[in-house]
Write a protein that binds this ligand. Structure first.
Ligand code: ADP
Ligand code: MG
Length: 574
């Protein structure tokens, strides 16, 4: 099992800056507000200090003004901080929203084998836990973290401004704090990633054991699976305990740093007042400054915890988002039309058991070709090779002049959509299901796609799929055809789309298919020969070879295999 990639810290920083830069005005305003608030918070301690001095000097009359100033500063600081924090939170939400959209878009584009290789648990834990982790950080930790960091920096400056020796005294705490932070970051980063990976593994194991419960029971693997799940859970618990232990040690060390720093500042104040270099008020202000630092320091270093886990989660989201290949846009333009040219297609699922023996096809853009033939003849295989689902063992397929094997996923999606019998209706509102094919499509557009396929089912906001409104086979196929219309590829391949629907359903689907193929090249695996008769040309496939090729009239006149099939079909219908 290869887990999906995780982006490097450097890439993560670069991508985040790019995302934030999209909301430059908001980011700058937020910073200005928070800086203003931090600056105002500096005013309080010297003002209180000067009140002490006035009291010491017995000059009580001027105290009222100072008290009013302290109040005013606190009020302005509150307003600015509120504004700044709100803006940071809102900015975070916006960035997160676009992040989540990119993630979903990317996941829908991922080759299935890539997701399967990582196990769906890996993907699910990224979508659920990692996104939750980041939202939580964005809502609670991030604004606080930024504000505390600003207050911290500015207060140190203020402390030094009172007398540089206070600054020096306060700095005594810094080595301990720095060492603590370093120690913590080194430890917690990998711990959080490990905890998240373990949680992903645990979820995956639960999926497998619970999802495969019947198989597990049938083969009497119960005990084995219980112990498998147990091992994964144990691993998670061990990591959670390790995280908690690390946090406790971390706060213990920070308390020691506070003790050292505050003692140093008080001793410095005592000595400086004795030497007559500063007033008692200034010494009080210095002590207040330093005490004011406890909160922000603890916040910053404690939130380092949350910011760390959010960063770990972010790296996991961005790792998936950046999986796409950058050439996508450029080659999409080079498709000239929906013409199909296949040369010498051979395919074996199992070595030495070829199921296609050199198929050549040349389909002009905009025409509809019907594939006809007995079951097992290779129609589905051919459809999948043309759609790029499988690579042919040998031979080439070009769509619109571009080799399918050279197409990246985006180009492939623009070039061809294959609709098979196994239509998956995703759980959620019908509108969302349709938008898979065209994110951002308006309701009008969705309705017109549904109208085109003769939709008589529930409305756009009805929840369909697992646990929702159950769709009939015909309706599920109609949804698939409506998605096809929305995706608007140059080539559409319909494989057995009408086979299972019963005859009234089949008629609905026949006209839906016709609408879906309008204005594009179409290949239809035709079980109902009325569909073949309506096509521009017909290819008869037998035992992996093209045995007949021509228009309906030509093939009927030729009196070969198609003519016999047609005669049987007409008699049966009559
Ligand atoms: P059709 O769609 O005309 O019924 P298929 O393309 O499904 O024909 O099948 C052609 C041949 O390939 C059959 O002999 C079938 O058994 C074989 N085949 C189809 N899919 C697979 C597969 N995944 N693995 C091995 N053999 C397969
Ligand atoms: Mg088939």
């Amino acid at each position: 099992m290869t887990l999906l990639p995780i982006s490097s810290p450097r890439d993560t920083r670069r991508l985040m800056l790019k995302l934030v830069a999209k909301h430059k005005l908001m980011a700058v305003t937020a910073m200005v507000c928070l800086l203003g608030a931090a600056g105002l918070s500096l005013v309080t301690a010297p003002l209180l200090g000067s009140i002490v001095d006035l009291a010491v000097a017995g000059d009580v009359s001027a105290i009222t003004d100072r008290v009013l100033l302290v109040g005013g500063a606190a009020l302005a600081q509150g307003i600015l901080a509120f504004g700044g924090l709100t803006l940071v939170a809102r900015l975070g939400e916006r960035v997160l929203a676009s992040l989540r959209e990119d993630f979903v878009a990317q996941v829908l584009d991922l080759p299935l084998d890539r997701i399967e290789a990582g196990g769906s648990g890996d993907l699910t834990s990224r979508v659920t836990e990692d996104v939750a982790m980041i939202s939580q950080a964005v809502r609670t930790a991030l604004p606080d973290f930024i504000q505390s960091a600003l207050v911290l920096g500015l207060t140190l400056v203020g402390l030094a401004a009172l007398d540089w020796r206070f600054g020096v005294a306060a700095l005594l705490a810094v080595p301990i704090q720095a060492a603590t932070a370093r120690w913590y970051v080194q430890r917690s980063g990998p711990l959080y990633t490990a905890r998240r990976v373990a949680a992903g593994g645990e979820q995956q194991q639960l999926f497998e054991s619970v999802g495969g419960a019947e198989t597990v029971r049938a083969f009497r693997l119960n005990d084995e699976h219980v112990s498998l799940v147990g091992r994964k859970v144990d691993a998670t618990i061990k990591l959670i305990v390790a995280v908690t232990r690390t946090q406790t040690q971390f706060f213990g060390r920070l308390n020691a740093a506070e003790l050292v720093g505050l003692s140093a500042v008080l001793v410095a104040g005592f000595l400086l007042v004795q030497a007559g270099s500063v007033t008692i008020g200034a010494a009080s202000a210095a002590a207040l400054y330093f005490a004011n630092l406890f909160g922000p320091i603890n916040s910053v270093l404690f939130l380092l915890d949350t910011v760390q886990s959010a960063a770990a989660s972010l790296a996991r989201l961005l790792g998936v988002i950046t999986m796409s290949d950058p050439v996508a846009e450029s080659s999409a333009k080079s498709l000239v039309d929906g013409s199909v040219k296949a040369v010498g297609l051979r395919h074996s699922y199992v070595a030495d058991h070829p199921v296609l023996h050199g198929v050549d096809l040349d389909i002009p853009a905009g025409s509809t070709v019907a594939l006809v033939g007995a079951s097992g003849g290779g129609k589905t295989t051919l459809a999948k090779l043309l759609a790029g689902v499988h690579e042919p063992t040998s031979g080439t397929v070009h769509i619109g002049g571009v080799a399918v094997s050279d197409m990246d996923r985006l180009t492939l999606r623009k070039a061809v959509v294959l609709v098979t019998q196994e239509v998956h209706v995703f759980a959620g509102p019908l509108a969302d299901d349709l938008r898979l094919a065209k994110p951002g499509a308006g309701e009008e557009e969705l309705r017109s796609a549904l109208d085109a396929v003769g939709w008589r089912g529930p409305d756009l906001d009805t929840v369909v799929g697992d646990g929702g409104h159950a769709l009939t086979v015909t309706q599920a196929q109609q949804v698939a055809l409506a998605r096809l219309i929305l995706a608007d590829p140059l080539l559409a391949i319909l494989d057995e789309a009408t086979a299972e629907a019963g005859s009234s359903g089949a008629r609905v689907l026949e006209s839906a298919a016709k609408a879906a193929l309008r204005d594009r090249t179409g290949i239809v695996v035709a079980h109902r020969l009325t569909q073949a008769a309506a096509a521009d040309s017909i290819v008869v496939l037998d035992h992996g070879r093209i045995v007949e090729h021509g228009t309906h009239a030509e093939l009927v006149a030729a009196g070969g295999r198609y003519a016999r099939l047609w005669a049987a079909w007409s008699a049966h219908r009559g």
